[in-house]
Design a binder for this molecule. Structure first.
Ligand code: F6R
Length: 613
C-alpha cells in the first residue's frame, strides 16, 4: 500500500516523480504529493484524490523546478484521505521531508514524547512523527545520516522511507523494513521506488533492498548500510522485462490487457519447467525423502491467491493423496496451527508483500514447517523469506484485480502436484502424461477463450445483466472453487453484491435470497456432476433467477435444455479445467464493470499490495 519514488540527478525531478507515481498508483490512490528542492528550499505540493489532481495543480510538474525530489501516492491508513494527511510530510521547522509506505506501530507513543519536547503536528499521520523524530535527532547531531539512523532505531512497524534534508540539497536517504523498496542506478542520476515500473523508463540496474538496509546517495554515488549501520555491498540485478509490460499498450484498461496476456503468462510459467514430458522444478529443493515424510499440506494466502489454494486442495489431494487445507493467512497466523516437520506450507502471493501472508509464513517457519512460496514479484519479502520459491512468470500485474497472476499461480499448483505425485508414486504414468500433454497446450486453449467471437458473446451477456443487484455463482467440485474467484471479480470491480456457493449447498439457506431478477452464474464443467448442477439450476430458475451458464463444448447441447445464456470453453484435463473456466468469468466481470462506468483498474477502497493487517 502506498507508493514512493525518489529522483536525484540533472533532469527536472517533478515530471519524473509524476511519471513514477503514475506507475505506482495501483498501490493506492487516495492522494498524491511530491517534494522538490526548488531554489534551495524544500517545496511541497500535494492533493487529495487521484494523481491527475496533483498533476493539474503543478502543471504536469512544470510549476516546480528542481532536480532532486521525492513523491508519494497514498492508500490511507492513519487519518482520512485529505490534503493535510497526504505525503510528503515535513518536520515542524521544514528541515526534513519524508515519504513513507508502511505503518509505524508506536507512533502515538513517539508523538507524545515529541509533543512533550515541544513539537507540534498538523496531520493525523504516523509519517509526520517520523519527520519530526528525524529532525529532533538532526538538531542534536547535525548529521543527516546519523539522525536518520537514530530515528529509525526508535521505530516499530513497517516502513520504506524516502527522506530529504534542507541542509543536504544533493543527498537523499532511503531506509526499508517490511515494506518494499528498490534502488535504481542511472548515469549521473539515481532513483528509489516501491516497485520497478516506476523507474524502468530510466534504468534497469536495481538493488532490492533488504529489511534494515539504508542507502545514502547523491547523483553519482550510493552507500549502502545494514541494520547496524555497517557498510554493505549489495548485488545489482538487471530487470529483464520491458517497460511496455507496465503500460496499457493500446488497451483501455490494464485489466483487459492483462486478461489478454494470460496465454503468454501461462506459457512463460509452464514451458521452462516441462522438459521432455517431465516436470522439472530446478527452483526448489524438495527431496523424495522429505516428500515421503509429509503428512499434511497447508495452502496459506489471501483473496484470489487463497482461492488458488481452494483449487489446490482438489488438485493436490487427487494427485498426491495427502490431506490439503487451504486457509486464509489472516486466520492462520492467529490460529495456533498444528504443524511441524511433516507439514509443507505452500504460501501464495502475487505481490510477495501481503502483510498477513508474510506473517503466516513466519508463523509456519517458527513452528518447524517447510515453506514453499509461489510469488510473482521477484525479490519481494515473501520470496526472500520462504525456504523455497517458485516464481510465476506473469510479468508486472498493474490492475488491482488480479487475472494473469491468478492463472499462473494455478499453473504452479499443477506443477507442484505433478512433482510431488511423481515422487510419491501416487499418479500413474498414463495420468501423468495426460496432464503434462494438456499443460503443454493450455496457453493455446486459454487463447481460444479470448477470441473476438468469444469476447463479443461475453459483452452481449454483460449487456443483459449489468444492472442486476445480486449475483450468485454456483458449481460443484473444482467449479465451486472457481466460482469463488468469479464472484470476487464481479464484486470488487463492478460493485455488485455477489456470493459463491457450492451448488449443493444452496438449498441449505441461501436459496431463500433467490428472487425474480437475481443473477445466477452456473459453472458446470465436471462431467459426472453436470446433471446435479443442472438440477440446482432448475431450482433457482423456478424461483425467478436469470441464469448464465459456463460449461465445456461437449455439453453444448445438453446445457441449452436448462440454461438459455451459455458460454462454452474448450475441454482439457478435468483438473486443469479451472484455468479455462475462469477466463469468461474474468471477462464478464470486466465488461459488466465497464457498462456500469466503474473505475476498473482502481476499484474503490482497494489497493494492489495489502501491507496492513
Ligand atoms: C483480488 C486480488 C486480491 C489479492 C489479495 C492477495 O483481485 O487481487 O484478493 O489476491 O489481496 O494479494 P497477494 O497475492 O499479492 O498476496
Amino acid at each position: 500500500m502506498c507508493g514512493i519514488v525518489g529522483y536525484l540527478g540533472n533532469r527536472q525531478a517533478a515530471p519524473i516523480l509524476l511519471d513514477g507515481l503514475a506507475k505506482l498508483e495501483y498501490r493506492g490512490y487516495d492522494s498524491a504529493g511530491i517534494c522538490v528542492f526548488s531554489d534551495g528550499k524544500l517545496k511541497v505540493a500535494k492533493a487529495k484524490g487521484r494523481l491527475a489532481n496533483l498533476s493539474g495543480l503543478i502543471d504536469g510538474g512544470r510549476a516546480i523546478s528542481g532536480t532532486v525530489g521525492i513523491g508519494h501516492t497514498r492508500w490511507a491508513t492513519h487519518g482520512a484521505p485529505s490534503d493535510v494527511n497526504s505525503h510528503p510530510h515535513m518536520a515542524e521547522s521544514g528541515k526534513i521531508a519524508v515519504v513513507h509506505n508502511g505503518i509505524i506501530e508506536n507512533y502515538l507513543k513517539l508523538k507524545e514524547e515529541l509533543v512533550r519536547k515541544g513539537k507540534t503536528f498538523c496531520s493525523e499521520t504516523d509519517t509526520e512523527v517520523v519527520a519530526n523524530l528525524i529532525e529532533y535527532y538532526y538538531d542534536r547531531e547535525k548529521d543527516f545520516a546519523e539522525a536518520v539512523r537514530d530515528a529509525v532505531g526508535q521505530l516499530e512497524g513497517s516502513y520504506a522511507l524516502g527522506i530529504l534534508c534542507q541542509d543536504y540539497p544533493d543527498t537523499m536517504i532511503a531506509v526499508k523494513k517490511e515494506s518494499p523498496l528498490i534502488f535504481g542506478f542511472g548515469e549521473g542520476e539515481n532513483f528509489i521506488a516501491s516497485d520497478v515500473p516506476a523507474i524502468l523508463r530510466y534504468t534497469r540496474r536495481v538493488v532490492y533492498l533488504d529489511d534494515g538496509d539504508m542507502v545514502v546517495f547523491t547523483k553519482d554515488e550510493a552507500k549502502f548500510y545494514d541494520a547496524f549501520f555497517d557498510p554493505v555491498e549489495k548485488k545489482i540485478e538487471t530487470v529483464d522485462w520491458d517497460i511496455s509490460a507496465a503500460e496499457k499498450g493500446g488497451y483501455p484498461h490494464f485489466m483487459i490487457k492483462e486478461i489478454h496476456e494470460e496465454p503468454k503468462a501461462i506459457r512463460g510459467t509452464l514451458s521452462p519447467r516441462i522438459r521432455d514430458g517431465r516436470v522439472v522444478l530446478d527452483d526448489i529443493e524438495l527431496s523424495k525423502e522429505y516428500l515421503e515424510k509429509i503428512r499434511r499440506i497447508y495452502i496459506v494466502a489471501c483473496g484470489s491467491s487463497y482461492y488458488v489454494g481452494c483449487l489446490g486442495k482438489y488438485i493436490l489431494e487427487k494427485t498426491c493423496r495427502i490431506p490439503v487445507e487451504p486457509i486464509l493467512a489472516s486466520e492462520f497466523r492467529y490460529s495456533e496451527p498444528v504443524l511441524g516437520e511433516d507439514t509443507l506450507c505452500i504460501i501464495i502471493s502475487q505481490s510477495g508483500e501481503t502483510a498477513d501472508t508474510k506473517a503466516a509464513l513466519e508463523e509456519a517457519k517458527k513452528r518447524g514447517a517447510r515453506t514453499l512460496a509461489i510469488v510473482n514479484v521477484v525479490g519481494s519479502a515473501i520470496a526472500k523469506a520462504a525456504d523455497d520459491v517458485i516464481y510465476t512468470w506473469a510479468g508486472p500485474e498493474i490492475a488491482v484485480a488480479t487475472t494473469k497472476a491468478f492463472t499462473t499461480q494455478l499453473c504452479v499448483i499443477y506443477l507442484i502436484a505433478l512433482y510431488i505425485a511423481d515422487n510419491l508414486n501416487t499418479i500413474s504414468p498414463k495420468e501423468y502424461a495426460a496432464i503434462v500433454d494438456e499443460l503443454m497446450v493450455l496457453d493455446q486453449k486459454v487463447a481460444l477463450c479470448l477470441t473476438a467471437e468469444k469476447i463479443e458473446k461475453i459483452r452481449y451477456y454483460a449487456e443483459q445483466y449489468f444492472s442486476v443487484r445480486d449475483a450468485f455463482f454456483i458449481g460443484r467440485n473444482v467449479d465451486s472453487a472457481i466460482c469463488l474467484e468469479g464472484s470476487l471479480k464481479l464484486k470488487e470491480i463492478a460493485y455488485i453484491h455477489s456470493e459463491a456457493y457450492a451448488a449443493g449447498e444452496l438449498k441449505h439457506g441461501p436459496i431463500s435470497l433467490i428472487e425474480e431478477g437475481t443473477l445466477v452464474v452456473a459453472v458446470a464443467t465436471v462431467d459426472q456432476l453436470f446433471d446435479k448442477t443442472m438440477s440446482n439450476v432448475k431450482e433457482v430458475r423456478a424461483r425467478g433467477a436469470d441464469v448464465f451458464g459456463v460449461t465445456t463444448e461437449k455439453h453444448a447441447e445438453e446445457i441449452k435444455k436448462t440454461v438459455p445464456s451459455v458460454i462454452l470453453v474448450p475441454e482439457t484435463h478435468p483438473l486443469l479445467q479451472p484455468s479455462l473456466t475462469i477466463i469468461p468469468l474474468q471477462t464478464f466481470a470486466y465488461y459488466v464493470a465497464l457498462l456500469r462506468g466503474c473505475d476498473i483498474d482502481k476499484p474503490k477502497n482497494l489497493a494492489k499490495s495489502v501491507t496492513v493487517e
